[in-house]
Unconditional design. Sequence first.
Length: 495
Amino acid sequence: MPDSVSAPLAPPRVRFAPSPTGFLHVGSARTFIFNWLYARHNHGTMVLRLDDTDVERNTEASARSIFDGLRWLALDWDEEYKQSERLALHRHQAEAIFAKGLAYRDFTPAHATDDDNSSAQGAWLFNPGMREMSREESDRRAASGEPFALRYRVPRGPDSGVARILHFVDGVYGAQSRPADEVEDFALLRSDGMPTYHLASCVDDADLRISHIIRGQDHLTNTYKHLLIFEALGAAAPQFAHLPLLVAPDGAKLSKRKHGPVVSVTTYRDAGFLPQAFVNFLCLLGWSPKNDREFLTLDELTDLFTLEGVNRSNAVVNFNEELPFDEKAVWLNAEHIRALPVDELSRRLEPFFEQAAFHPTPEKVAAVTPLIRERIKLLRDAVSAADFFFVSELAPYDPAELIPQKGDAAMALRVLETAQQVLAATNFDHDSLDAALRGAAAQLGLKAGQAFQPIRVAVCGRKNAPPLFETLVVLGRDTCLARIRQAEEKLAPLG
């Protein structure tokens, strides 16, 4: 890889150019992140350009979804453009290319609507009848109103006497080359006058002075067409770097159609991923830092990111019906949750409690947060981990849960009766409750674990709960006493 790709002499200008034809795909999000990191690492400019010229497929809902996903990632950009607002420039440049004799009109109905997928025509490379039509005949038919597509006249052996080789050095995949004879005469303008992806993208990249194009590996073959367009525009081609694809466990490319919500960024947001954890996870799909660490902050990612660290192999996102999210993504999210300051984590948990109709006060959430931080992997887990702090009535539970190991209902009842007396008379702070309840357990001749289980289940409705004394303090004396009385009523038939 040339040094100019990994360490540009001038601050780079990179772009992320999504098409608003669906939600923000995780692969697209990773492309945005890699562009962002490259720009920030090299003190460059991050450009966001909405490639919205496909009017039949673009929707406002998709555009909103894309922007919602990008804003959630909390990575800014420096300049913003809409391709649809630049159509006059695209058409002007197409006409200039035509005037240079580098394009021709194709009046063939079968090809008049060709867009960016001409290569799907199989062995089709060009239509001799249209390519070799005289300019006079072409002008006459166009003047009569006959629809046409404008095609690039790809240089071929018979035209120049020698087969031309198109080549470039990719920032990830290295030296690439292909005979021009293998590239079809691709469309620049459709028959309705709208620019194709190839033309609009290259014209905008040249006009916006994009220096580095970092995009998915599925665009690698498009680069040969783009080299020709940049040449026709009289513009130096940017440096290219193509990223390995994200694939499902079976090796299939991650697809909105096939894999559904699991490939949407908003699915991760709504499930309770932290944006910094999600960014961390996506970076590790196809890129490796030299120090091989996995938990990385955004500042560390920015400092470490280089194109040399990008792998050539496709990256697997592991998920299945039972486990909808990659285990590493969930693990990283838990690590980032534990690294958050309590006040920030509390702020992020509040919407999930609100969605569960708990209607908590910020003060209550702040008190609960440190008790559950080690117990949640996703922000949404807080709802099930902390529901008993907010509900007025506990969910039904099995009274047998109140009975400690190697004990019986009578033992559990004695513990709860004693706990009633202790909690009614003790200062409701951690140290006082700790001393009083441990003392009561000793008086009952029980180990602390045996004595604490009935109390924990009584106030929380479960065995697996946060530390007991902190939980009692947050719940408050009145709630604890009321729930212990209810537990005694549950145990009475068993005693």
